[in-house]
Design a protein around this ligand. Structure first.
Ligand code: C2E
Ligand code: MG
Ligand code: MG
Ligand code: MG
Length: 280
């Protein structure tokens, strides 16, 4: 028995785990340095209206420009940042940078456009979140009506807290989107009780459209739901003309995906000085 436990324990601390712990520590230290030295940057992906493919919004997506490893995507480091608490200062940086960029586009004469920013669970749960958002909007001068915060279903589970925070954000004038919709465990009462403006149907349901009958049924149901509840809808991860045609026919208003444009640095988004969007 003791021997078995001993062996289990040995297994528990297998080199694999030690390596992972080390990797985590390395990422955490790297993130601190990245914050200090300004190694984060935002890429922006257009969100288009499916009926005419006009750009209606940009989603700000975080990238880490690592001095040795090159560009690192958020899926590699956001979970670590979330665990060690660094997501709060990083999230503040993201919000500030996105609002600054949005304000700059306005100042340059671009048509008003929604800026969508992802908010993690820990950020959303932080006591000073509402104050932080209010301060950043005041500092940057970005209009609250043009800011859309993307929050996942699972983050919204604690309905009392969510109601309180979302109500306060609505008072400021900010728009709310539920991100990765369909992948969490949200009850539909979440949608009924919370002041939500938009559902973003997760890419995993879009990928196999229109061939997978289950994905077709799910997508159809979500579009119908959003119509009934008068929510706006965006489909994520549109890569083919076939997917686009199918979603447009269903009545999905907006879409985002490589078919239209990949996320790119701000400098690559607009044609030189014409005010025309490079995408469309
Ligand atoms: P998300 O918010 O669901 O963002 C959409 C992701 O899908 C982005 O990945 C985007 O590049 C990718 N994507 C867009 N169109 C397509 C497509 O047609 N095909 C495929 N295969 N992918 C597509 P990215 O930039 O790697 O971000 C991944 C996730 O990381 C985001 O998912 C979001 O949850 C999180 N994230 C990104 N930036 C931030 C941030 O500033 N703060 C927080 N808390 N999370 C962020
Ligand atoms: Mg998002
Ligand atoms: Mg999403
Ligand atoms: Mg997603």
């Amino acid at each position: 028995d003791a021997k078995a436990r001993g062996r289990n324990r040995y297994c528990f601390y297998a080199p694999d785990m030690a390596a992972r712990a080390l990797e985590r520590m390395t990422i955490e230290q790297g993130l601190r340095r990245a914050l200090e030295h300004g190694h984060f940057e935002l890429h922006y992906q257009p969100v288009v209206s499916l009926s005419d493919q006009r750009v209606v919004a940009f989603e700000a997506l975080l990238r880490w420009q690592h001095p040795e490893r090159g560009l690192i995507g958020p899926e590699r480091f956001i979970p670590v940042a979330e665990e060690c608490g660094l997501i709060e200062p990083i999230g503040r940086w993201v919000l500030r940078a996105a609002c600054q960029q949005g304000a700059q586009w306005l100042a340059q004469g671009h048509a008003p456009c929604v800026m969508a920013v992802n908010v993690s669970a820990r950020q959303f749960g932080a006591e000073d979140f509402i104050d932080t958002v209010r301060t950043l909007l005041a500092d940057t001068g970005f209009p609250p009506e043009q800011l859309e915060l993307e929050i996942t279903e699972s983050t919204l589970q604690e309905i009392g807290h969510s109601q309180f925070v979302l109500d306060a954000l609505k008072v400021i004038g900010i728009r709310i989107a539920v991100d990765d919709f369909g992948t969490g465990f949200s009850s539909l009462s979440l949608l009924k009780h919370l002041p939500i403006d938009r559902l973003k149907i997760d890419r995993s349901f879009v990928t196999d459209l229109p061939h997978d009958v289950n994905d077709v049924a799910i997508t159809r149901a979500i579009v119908a739901l959003s119509h009934t509840l008068e929510l706006q809808m965006t489909a994520e991860g549109i890569e083919t003309a076939e997917q686009l045609g199918f979603l447009r026919e269903l009545g999905c208003q907006c879409g985002q995906g490589y078919l239209f444009a990949r996320p790119a640095p701000a400098a690559e988004l607009f044609g030189a000085g014409t005010g025309e969007q490079a995408v469309s």
